[in-house]
Design a binder for this molecule. Structure first.
Ligand code: ZN
Length: 206
């Protein structure tokens, strides 16, 4: 749809009226302007706005929420509540409580240490399209055969043989393993996959 207003309208049209309306507001635009947009469009019909701000853009999350609260109150939307999600930890809750009515918490209460990752839309039918805080477009990962430095590059049909600052050749390390349900590589022994994975993750900032 490409617009938060259109998405909330569509949700409102098809979901039962007894389900409260909560608008996710920082997918495409800045938190402040988007929460003003939805508040002005839906008014009291909207129960809350949800912030799912990526950590990379968040800075001081409390200050962002405070600013949005101010802007909404100023325009007569003092009843509109705030929900937050996206990498929220237990220790954040008491800090944010004065402004926040509800939390979406996942990874921080998982029962084992995890390597956290997210899946996001990056491209729609060949056109780059991603939420605020994410780099648009499909990508490839290349790695220098000499010094091991990795880079993320746009997924172009032909990647020219590039040379690293250290003089070694940069290799494309993304290997397609499946296409339209068909395996493109031979099955490997699980212990060999484990050995290779440990080798490849060595030196990554995990
Ligand atoms: Zn290099």
């Amino acid at each position: 749809m490409g617009s938060t207003i259109e998405a909330v309208k569509a949700f409102d049209q098809v979901i039962e009226p007894d389900v409260v309306r909560v608008a996710l507001i920082d997918t495409l635009l800045d938190e402040k302007f988007e929460c003003i947009n939805v508040a002005q469009m839906f008014g009291e019909k909207l129960y809350a706005v949800r912030f799912d701000t990526t950590a990379s853009r968040r800075g001081n999350f409390y200050r962002i929420l405070e600013e949005c609260r101010w802007e909404l109150d100023l325009r007569g939307h003092g009843k509109m509540k705030f929900f937050v999600s996206g990498g929220i930890k237990e220790k954040d809750v008491p800090v944010l409580n004065p402004l926040v009515s509800g939390y979406g918490i996942g990874t921080a209460i998982s029962n084992a240490p995890v390597v956290d990752y997210a899946m996001d839309i990056m491209e729609v039918e060949g056109r780059p399209f991603s939420k605020v805080g994410k780099w648009g477009g499909s990508k490839r990962v290349v790695k220098c055969a000499g010094c091991g430095e990795r880079q993320i590059v746009p997924n172009r049909p032909v990647i020219k043989q590039a040379v690293c600052r250290c003089g070694a050749v940069i290799e494309d390390i993304l290997v397609p393993v499946m296409e339209e349900g068909r395996a493109l590589i031979a099955a490997e022994d699980a212990s060999e996959i484990r050995r290779r994975t440990l080798r490849n993750t060595d030196g990554l900032p995990l």
